[in-house]
Write a protein that binds this ligand. Structure first.
Ligand SMILES: Cc1ncc(COP(=O)(O)O)c(C=O)c1O
Length: 389
C-alpha cells in the first residue's frame, strides 16, 4: 500500500534499536533494565482524583458524547488561572483538550499553508516538528544553547525566518533541557511576536514542576500575551494523569474560535469522568502538586549526587522531570553513548539526537523511577565506570 508523500518524513524511532539492546541485556544479566527514557510519570494521581474518576465511570449518563466541555470544568479552569497566575479568562478563551499534544498537532494545521514557517526550538519536544511536517510547513530551527541558558536568542533569528514564520513554539519550563525563562524573556517574546506578526504557541506543560521554591509562570500573565498567542497546559505531569487525557488551550479568542471549529470536525470532546477528575484536581489537587514536585526534586538531587561519584557530572535542571546530561567526550554522539549505557548497565536514556541537532552531545534522563532504582543505576554505573567513561 503506497503511503502519502507526507509519511516519508516519518520514521520508526530510535527506541526500536534500544528495545533490542534492552532484551539482550536482560537475557544476559538476568537483571531488569532501568528505564529513564519516556517522560511518563510514575507518580499516581492523588487518591481523591482517582475516587472521583472511578465513581463517575459507573454513572451511565457519563458515556454520552461530550461535544461541549462541562460548564463546571470551564469554571474550574477560570478559577485556577485566576488564583494561580492572576490571569482572567473569558469562557471563549478556553478550549478543553484530550491532552495538550492534541493542540500541538492541530494549531499548525489550522494556521499554516504549505511552506509557511514554524519557528521551533532545537532541542525540541518531538511533536513540535511532527505537526509542521503534517501541515507541509517549513520548520525554522532556533538553537537553544547552554551558553545562552537554553533561551531562544531572538537576535539570531534571520530576517528571512522572521518574514516566513507564522507560528513560534516556545516551551519553558523546557523539555528536554529543564531550563526556565526570566520575566524579561516573556516581554521580549511578546514584543518579537508583535513586530513580526507571529502567533506564539506557548507550551506550559511543566508549569508546576519548577524547583528551589521558584514560582511557575503563565505566558498569559505578561502584558500583551493574549494579543499574540495561546498557552497549553496539561494534567499529565502536574497531577500524574498522563493516560487520562486532559489538557487546556487558553488565550487569544480568535485562535480559540478557529481551534474549536477544527475540533468540532475531529472529535467529540473529553470523556466526562475524566472532566470530573480534572475538576477535582484543579479544585483540590494543590497539596499533591507540592508532593509531586518535591519527589522529582529529591530524585533529581539524588541522581546527580550518585552519578557524580562515578565521574559523570550532570547539571541541575531548574524545572521539569528531566535532566539534560552531557555525554562523555570519548563518544562520537548521543546514540553511541546511550547504546553503551544500555549494553553495559541496562540503563535506558533518550539520546539527545532524537530532540534535534543541538542534542547530539546530550542524553535526556527522565526522573520516572523511584529512589531505590536510582541507587541501583548509580551502582551499575560505578561498576562499569572504567569501560564506560
Ligand atoms: C513539552 C511537552 N509538551 C506537551 C506534552 C504532551 O502532554 P499531554 O499531551 O500528555 O498533555 C509533553 C509530554 O510529554 C511534553 O513533554
Amino acid at each position: 500500500m503506497e503511503t502519502a508523500q507526507r509519511m516519508r518524513s516519518f520514521h520508526t524511532s530510535v527506541f526500536m534499536d534500544l528495545h533490542a539492546l534492552k532484551q539482550e541485556y536482560e537475557q544476559k544479566s538476568g537483571k531488569s533494565a532501568l528505564d529513564f527514557s519516556l517522560g511518563s510519570p510514575n507518580i499516581a494521581p492523588e487518591s481523591s482524583i482517582m475516587d472521583v474518576l472511578s465513581k463517575a465511570v459507573l454513572v451511565p449518563k457519563n458515556y454520552r458524547y461530550a461535544i461541549n466541555p462541562l460548564p463546571s470544568m470551564i469554571k474550574a479552569i477560570q478559577d485556577w488561572y485566576q488564583k494561580r497566575y492572576d490571569v482572567f479568562l473569558e469562557s471563549d478563551e478556553i478550549a478543553l483538550l484530550q491532552g495538550s499534544q492534541e493542540a500541538l498537532i492541530n494549531i499548525p494545521l489550522i494556521f499554516c499553508d504549505p511552506l509557511d514557517g514554524v519557528l521551533v526550538p532545537d532541542p525540541y519536544y518531538p511533536a513540535y516538528i511532527d505537526a509542521p511536517k503534517l501541515a507541509g510547513a517549513t520548520i525554522l530551527y532556533m538553537p537553544l544553547r547552554k551558553e545562552n541558558e537554553y533561551l531562544i536568542d531572538f537576535d539570531q533569528i534571520s530576517e528571512n525566518d522572521r518574514k516566513n514564520a507564522k507560528i513560534m513554539i516556545v516551551c519553558y519550563p523546557n523539555n528536554p533541557t529543564g531550563a526556565i525563562a526570566p520575566d524579561s524573556f516573556y516581554t521580549r517574546l511578546i514584543q518579537f511576536a508583535k513586530e513580526n506578526d507571529i502567533l506564539v504557541l506557548y507550551d506550559n506543560a511543566y508549569s508546576e514542576l519548577v524547583f528551589e521554591g521558584k514560582p511557575g509562570k503563565s505566558f498569559l500573565s505578561f502584558p500583551g500575551a493574549k494579543e499574540v498567542g495561546v498557552e497549553l497546559n496539561s494534567f499529565s505531569k502536574t497531577y500524574g494523569m498522563a493516560g487520562a487525557r486532559l489538557g487546556v488551550l487558553v488565550g487569544n479568542k480568535d485562535v480559540i474560535h478557529q481551534y474549536k471549529i477544527l475540533k468540532s470536525n475531529m472529535d467529540y470532546g473529553v470523556f466526562l469522568p475524566i472532566q470530573y477528575a480534572g475538576i477535582q484536581a484543579l479544585k483540590h489537587g494543590g497539596a499533591s502538586i507540592v508532593k509531586t514536585r518535591e519527589e522529582y526534586e529529591r530524585r533529581r538531587d539524588l541522581l546527580i549526587q550518585r552519578f557524580a561519584n562515578s565521574g559523570w557530572t550532570i547539571p541541575k535542571s531548574a524545572a521539569t522531570m528531566f535532566l539534560w546530561a552531557p555525554i562523555p567526550a570519548c563518544y562520537e554522539n548521543s546514540l553511541e553513548f546511550s547504546k553503551q549505557l544500555l549494553k553495559q548497565c541496562g540503563i535506558i536514556v533518550t539520546p539527545g539526537l532524537s530532540f534535534g541537532k543541538e542534542g547530539e552531545r546530550y542524553v535526556r534522563i527522565a526522573l520516572v523511577v523511584n529512589e531505590e532504582q536510582i541507587e541501583e543505576a548509580a551502582k551499575r554505573i560505578q561498576e562499569a565506570r572504567s569501560s564506560l567513561f
